[in-house]
Write a protein that binds this ligand. Structure first.
Ligand code: 13P
Length: 258
């Protein structure tokens, strides 16, 4: 029993159509139990309004998968965190490895995005994680530590103490994303404990409340063991969030250990 409320967030990535989303959102909403667990859908930008409508009046909440590092202005194609607040958005994923990898996002940029999210009153889900080459070179904690330190430094510089408690961290080893190869629960726990320890060093008072999600090939069959780890506070779910029964199965696993 942890004092931290479990959180299961679906990251649809660049998937979906109006028709497919309608059915998925209907089925997830119908089966969602949020008594002991926050359930979140992070949809692509064009479908956020659809997601908001479909979840209206439910206890589920929704978020975006990215936002701009800027507040407003001449940034063609970008979406600001403030814009998202106009629609009832609650969460924004920042620094997903696919953005770090394919869009060359640095940890400094990710930290700037996280601050925009916090400034807008939303909750950033800050993703960190190592590649397979980095794990094999025993650099996991060095890499994750540096990614996290950028957020810590930005938060310290911002000097807004009330923002710290709102941050959610997601540990997503790159080698486990979309590969079907999940981290073992022990591997996840080791890194999660390290993340909490780093947070404790920076912000002593809020480390026990920091929610740290695991992401990377989470399925109904492995979720319970992962979520039972003392420092694993839920999951960031890719592929399995596109299937209502799988997403609900993972949510049920979170409920069961909450
Ligand atoms: P998969 O669950 O498809 O491995 O994706 C994980 C992820 O990247 C969630 O953000």
């Amino acid at each position: 029993m942890s004092a931290r409320r479990k959180l299961v967030a679906g990251n649809w990535k660049m998937n979906g159509t109006l028709a497919a989303n309608a059915e998925l959102l209907r089925a997830v909403r119908a089966g969602a139990d949020t008594a002991a667990c926050d359930l979140v859908i992070c949809a692509p930008f064009p479908y956020l309004a659809q997601t908001a409508d479909a979840l209206l009046g439910s206890t589920m909440t929704w978020g975006a998968q990215d936002c701009s590092a800027h507040a407003q202005g001449a940034y063609t194609g970008e979406v600001s965190a403030v814009m998202l607040t106009d629609f009832g958005c609650r969460w924004v994923i920042v620094g997903h490895s696919e953005r770090r990898q394919y869009h060359a996002e640095s940890s400094a940029l990710v930290a700037a995005k996280a601050l925009q999210v916090l400034r807008a009153g939303l909750t950033p889900i800050v993703c960190v994680g190592e590649t397979l080459a980095e794990r094999d070179a025993r650099q996991t904690l060095v890499v994750v530590g540096a990614q996290l330190q950028a957020i810590v430094d930005a938060l310290k510089e911002a000097g807004q103490a009330q923002w710290i408690a709102r941050v959610v961290v997601a540990y997503e080893p790159v080698w486990a994303i979309g590969t079907g190869r999940t981290a073992t629960s022990a591997q996840a726990q080791d890194v999660h404990a390290f993340i909490r320890q780093l947070w404790r060093g920076a912000f002593a008072g809020s480390a026990d409340g920091l929610r740290i999600l695991y992401g990377g090939s989470v399925k109904p069959g492995n979720a319970a063991e992962l979520f039972a780890q003392p420092d694993v506070d839920g999951g960031l779910i890719g592929g399995a969030s596109l299937k209502a029964d799988e997403f609900l199965g993972i949510a049920a696993a979170a409920q069961a250990v909450a």
